[in-house]
Ligand binder design. Structure first.
Ligand SMILES: *Cc1c(COP(=O)(O)O)cnc(C)c1O
Length: 365
């Protein structure tokens, strides 16, 4: 019998939000009648300038990409006011998480993360057979993180701010106070996948990667083009850290991990600040509607610094049943029962998509 690496035995395959194509096939609903609010993609698409520039270089597909990634690295280093050797680019920031897990951890390592947080941390930790430690608090409680850190001396600590799937964020000041107390042999990962949203809603939540690089040799900041920039389909993310960390991560990077079209898209996207700003401000306008809706239905909503909301349902409602019923009606949301929460996570969509959600939700409860 073919046997596999024992470490794979207790890994649950990551379940991404159902793609629209699958719902078409499973439920016979026409694609135009399906709304996907499950993966925190930008509902306004991506910058028109990006689309145009990608069209213009489409003929370059035959050649391998520029593996030095000079243009994008240069653009990122300018934007974040760091050096190019402080930057690594991954196929999504997911891939950077994978690199850093392999760079720092092994089967005798401990990895500390929030009780409810981004699922990929656990999956990659299990790849290397590391032990996973979690806080008990649902929101990042840095005192609790510190308690566990002192007792367990973990090799890696993940801070996800704003946090997925809850949407809450840590005050930058508190985070830096926490980082000050952590020994230099513990790698701290600050995942800022939604930082464009958080920074716009509340300056206090904004973490600047250059502040991390300047003061902490053991901390890496992660960002992505998949959310506010609307490039989920292009798979581009980045890590910003001290050059010693970046140098080690580079040893694990497969060559040509970012395609020519993706490099171009991300480089141009970074330049179109107007598109991102517009997306972010529309996001919070629409989020107000979710807050009003939730309060009118007496449902708890977590104060969100992202492009999604987490609705904590009442005892009479069941998140799995509700999301299944929404799915049969062509509305894809994220059921959080797998996180032991009777809650659903809904990406804030366009005005029309959100109205549709409110209508269906109302019919079902
Ligand atoms: C979406 C997301 C990422 C990374 O997404 P990529 O598409 O791989 O760049 C990382 N962390 C969190 C918390 C996310 O929500």
């Amino acid at each position: 019998m073919l046997t596999f690496n024992k470490k794979l035995e207790n890994i649950k395959t990551y379940e991404a939000g159902k793609p629209i194509e699958l719902v078409v096939r499973e439920f016979g609903i026409e694609a135009k009648d399906i709304v996907k609010l499950a993966s925190n993609e930008n509902p306004y698409g991506c910058s028109a300038l990006v689309q145009e520039s990608v069209r213009n270089i489409i003929s370059k597909m035959a050649l391998y990409p520029d593996d030095s990634m000079t243009n994008l690295k240069n653009a990122l280093s300018k934007r974040f006011e760091v050096n190019e050797n402080n930057v690594i680019i991954g196929s999504g920031s997911d891939q950077v998480i994978e690199f850093l897990m392999h760079a720092k951890a092994n089967s005798s390592s401990k990895i500390l993360m929030n009780s409810v947080t981004f699922a990929m941390y656990e999956i990659y930790a299990k790849h290397v057979g590391a032990e996973i430690l979690r806080t008990s608090s649902q929101h990042h409680d840095l005192d609790e993180f510190y308690e566990i850190y002192k007792n367990e001396n973990p090799d890696i600590i993940f801070l996800c701010t704003p946090n997925n799937p809850t949407g809450d964020a840590i005050d930058a000041k508190d985070m830096f106070n926490f980082l000050d107390k952590i020994d230099k042999d513990t790698l701290v990962v600050v995942d800022g996948a939604y930082m464009e949203y958080a920074g716009a809603k509340d300056q206090m939540k904004k973490v600047e990667p250059k502040d991390i690089v300047a003061s902490y040799e053991n901390v890496i900041y992660l960002g992505t083009f998949s959310k506010a920039y609307g490039l989920g389909g292009m798979r581009v993310g980045y890590g910003i850290a001290n050059e010693n960390i970046i140098r080690e991560l580079y040893k694990l990077r497969p060559p040509f991990n970012i395609t020519t079209l993706s490099l171009e898209a991300a480089t141009v996207a970074l330049d179109d600040e107007e598109f991102v700003n517009k997306s972010v401000s529309l996001n919070f306008e629409e989020m107000n509607r979710y807050e009003d809706f939730a309060s009118s239905k007496k449902i708890d909503i977590i104060n969100s610094y992202t492009n999604f909301v987490t609705l904590c349902l009442n005892e009479t409602q069941n998140s799995s049943d509700l999301s299944a019923a929404l799915l049969r009606r062509g509305m894809i949301v994220r059921d959080l029962s797998g996180y032991d929460m009777n809650a659903i996570r809904v990406t804030v969509g366009t005005s029309e998509q959100n109205s549709r959600f409110f209508k269906l939700f109302e019919e079902l409860i």
